[in-house]
Design a protein around this ligand. Sequence first.
Ligand SMILES: Nc1ncnc2c1ncn2[C@@H]1O[C@H](COP(=O)(O)OP(=O)(O)OP(=O)(O)O)[C@@H](O)[C@H]1O
Ligand SMILES: O=P(O)(O)O[C@H]1[C@H](O)[C@@H](O)[C@H](OP(=O)(O)O)[C@@H](OP(=O)(O)O)[C@H]1O
Ligand SMILES: [Mg+2]
Ligand SMILES: [Mg+2]
Length: 352
Amino acid sequence: MVSGGRVGGGEGEGEVAAVEVAAVAVADEEEVAQAPAAARELVVGYALTSKKAKSFLQPKLRGLARKKGILFVAIDQKRPLSDQGPFDIVLHKLTGREWQQLLEEYREEHPEVTVLDPPGAIEHLLNRQSMLQEVSELDLSDCHGRVGVPKQLFVNTDPSSIPAAVMRAGLSLPLVAKPLVAKSHELSLAYDPISLTKLEPPLVLQEFVNHGGVLFKVYIVGDAIRVVRRFSLPNVDVGDLPNNAGVFRFPRVSCASANADDADLDPHVAELPPRPLLEILARELRRRLGLRLFNIDMIREHGTRDRFYVIDMNYFPGYGKMPGYEHVFTDFLLSLVQKEYKRRPSYSSCEG
Ligand SMILES: Nc1ncnc2c1ncn2[C@@H]1O[C@H](COP(=O)(O)OP(=O)(O)OP(=O)(O)O)[C@@H](O)[C@H]1O
Ligand SMILES: O=P(O)(O)O[C@H]1[C@H](O)[C@@H](O)[C@H](OP(=O)(O)O)[C@@H](OP(=O)(O)O)[C@H]1O
Ligand SMILES: [Mg+2]
Ligand SMILES: [Mg+2]
């Protein structure tokens, strides 16, 4: 952690006690390496849109963070990062080449700062063509269930050639059409070949998988996993497809969908994915993607117990909607510095 002489920000002095608690958790041989706890606080610089800052940095998070000795400081994107802070951790969700470049330079100059997460790794989730690649490469066939990705096709051609491309790729209607850029949430459902010609590439076409209208949001925060149920699109009756011609557009379906944790649901639909399966999935994706903050949208194929599909992944999602996020997140931030101490044996030889 960075020691005293902090950036302003008006956070109180009550932070010290919790920092001491965090320090106690460090392995015995490293305790000698700790500078006096009273001089320390964990400084987290954040670069978020104002909407994101409001939904994430809720008073309950700020309050708990203060108690645990974590200070959140807004980053001024117009000033060089190295002139600000010093930070222990940089938390960000901004897009744009310029910001990416700034952050990459900062990471090179300050390898001691944990950047959540590296811009290059995040990029993988910003494009729906690459987003699910790792999931499709995983072989989780014998892990208390099977996890795959719906058949999908990237389309960037003249819309009139989409039906033929869909046929060649062997995709079955209905299809969900998703903008290539994951930041856009204007989704459509196409039930017939004619509707496909009305879509606007570039996009990813994904087979619609019936799942009983319930989706599992699997939130990952470092090693922690939390799952919630959300209402989702209802099943489509394939026998009824001829009566459903047309493109059905739904502008922001996922955001509008309510939490379904307390709803009276069919238990076969509501049953959460098996914990061991989620643990393996999260561990593998964390490792392969090099990300610590993301969520996975998972559905269970209707009528099955253990056949799951990942349909979407989001970087730094709406954690404010995750139950107990303030505890999970503050523990995670503290764990990062503890890991950092363990990685640096030189601390003990210099200071011990
Ligand atoms: N292949 C699919 N089969 C069935 N339903 C789907 C499929 N893909 C998406 N959906 C439904 O559409 C919703 C939105 O899709 P998706 O999650 O890909 O979009 P998004 O805009 O990226 O969402 P988010 O707000 O989570 O980022 C899902 O929550 C689910 O209800
Ligand atoms: O926690 P869930 O329900 O998954 O919600 C998130 C979405 O999944 C993300 O796609 C949103 O991020 P962007 O719209 O910035 O990509 C994200 O928007 P936000 O980062 O502005 O809060 C959330 O709406
Ligand atoms: Mg989604
Ligand atoms: Mg998404």
